[in-house]
Ligand binder design. Structure first.
Ligand code: NI
Length: 177
């Protein structure tokens, strides 16, 4: 278990489709999850995907407690999600500011589906199947994009709404999440 370096935008592995996990409840899987959890906690991130620490497997984790960085956001339960499938439940979208550990110091205004169903497995191989909306849906879509080679700047429609934290939000200290 260890805090790993987070790969930044430009690294080829971040643009690859990650492989599905085929063996659950294994020491290797738990070691990866521990590294991801340690790294996410160290960086105070809202989520992390395995490719961000250089492992091209379909594993993400996310969770947001009551957090001064997201004063208006609903809480998102800590979840480890493997081999995810996202199904939009309507064409409705919201736009909102996002950051990413792989794009440090920046924020962008990103459209996401408002209502989604997501399915996948937990580390033991048990089924996860949830219907969520709003901020929870945004976090899941951001993290799962990492498994398919997509970083949030690739989703921005108006690139005038992509910039440095201290320019966009002067006087506010934002983490690199
Ligand atoms: Ni990210």
């Amino acid at each position: 278990m260890a805090v790993k370096p987070v790969l930044r935008m430009g690294e080829p592995v971040l643009y690859q489709t990650a492989a599905q996990v085929t063996a659950f409840d294994t020491p290797e899987l738990y070691a990866l999850i521990q590294d991801m959890q340690d790294t996410m906690a160290h960086m105070q991130g809202a989520g992390i995907a395995a490719p961000q620490i250089g492992v091209s497997l379909q594993v993400v984790m996310f969770g947001v407690g009551s957090n001064p960085r997201y004063p208006d956001a609903e809480q998102v339960p800590f979840t480890i999600l493997i081999n995810p499938v996202i199904t939009p439940l309507s064409n409705e979208e919201d736009e909102g500011w996002e950051g990413c550990l792989s794009v440090p110091g920046m924020r962008g205004w990103v459209p996401r589906y408002t209502h989604i169903r997501y399915q996948g497995k937990d580390p033991q191989g048990a089924v996860i199947d949830r219907t969520v909306s709003g901020f929870h849906a945004r976090v899941v879509q951001h993290e799962c994009d990492h498994l398919f080679g997509i970083l949030y700047p690739m989703r921005i429609r108006d690139l005038t709404k992509f910039g440095f934290n201290e320019v966009l939000f002067p006087g506010i200290t934002l983490p690199d999440d």
